[in-house]
Design a protein around this ligand. Sequence first.
Ligand code: NAI
Length: 258
Amino acid sequence: MGTYVVTGAASGMGAEVTQRLVDSGQTVIGVDLAGTDVTADLSTSAGRADAVGQVLERVDGPLDGVVLAAGVGPKRGRERAIVEVNVLGVTEFVTALRPRLAAAGNAKVVVFGSNSTTSTPLVPRGAIRRLVGGDTEGAARILRRRGPLAGPASYAASKIAVARWVRRRAVADEWAGAGIRMNVIAPGPVMTPLLQGQLASSTSSQVRSFPVPIREFGTPEQLGEWVMTMLSPAADFMVGSVVTVDGGTEALLRPDDW
Ligand code: NAI
């Protein structure tokens, strides 16, 4: 049986994936702000280093997979936290664990992106560029200028940047060449505490009017099943892919953008 790390393990889709892995007999080290094995704050570089340190204290040998589900939703005023957790909480964290993944020989990494990457208009390119380069402060400064749209713009920018980072790194010798299969899952709206928070906020009407052709939100169970597939041997030939699972929004908004 294998050993896996799941960030955002205390809630929503991270909790769902954790449960599925545990039920299938795997050892899981969960990372979150509270309520799981490793308590750490992925929004600061000290917190991320602490998270890595605590994980390595618990794992002696190779790591079979890492699932990066910790995330901050599109809230105005939280621009810096959004980009720190959603980008560096993935890139710095998983890079620090890369040697342990390489040691497994056929490890899998699943990063949570979002279909907001293709459904959010006018995401500032300068912010995305800065985020891909790790400049969260510069990116947040640009994103705050979007005023009332700063929350959604920051969220989309963070998820675009992290997907680009994954696609660039996934194919490299240190990743694909070391047997690591790194991919992104890009959900549409899924009924978790993150979405519930948005539905209870002042942006509720925008969230409710978001077009989902199947006319319902996704469930953590549906997404959990996809992540398990992306952690399985079914993903041995899958590298740098962004898998959209969104009830049809992306196809509706960009049918010919392919
Ligand atoms: P959730 O809010 O239920 O779970 C996210 C977890 O991340 C929480 O347990 C939270 O404590 C943790 N987290 C947040 N900030 C943290 C920090 N500074 N340090 C450590 N942990 C932190 O959210 P959900 O919906 O399960 O989201 C999972 C992933 O899926 C996120 O990356 C989210 O952006 C993404 N996503 C969610 C969608 C949705 O509609 N629910 C849609 C598209 C993407």
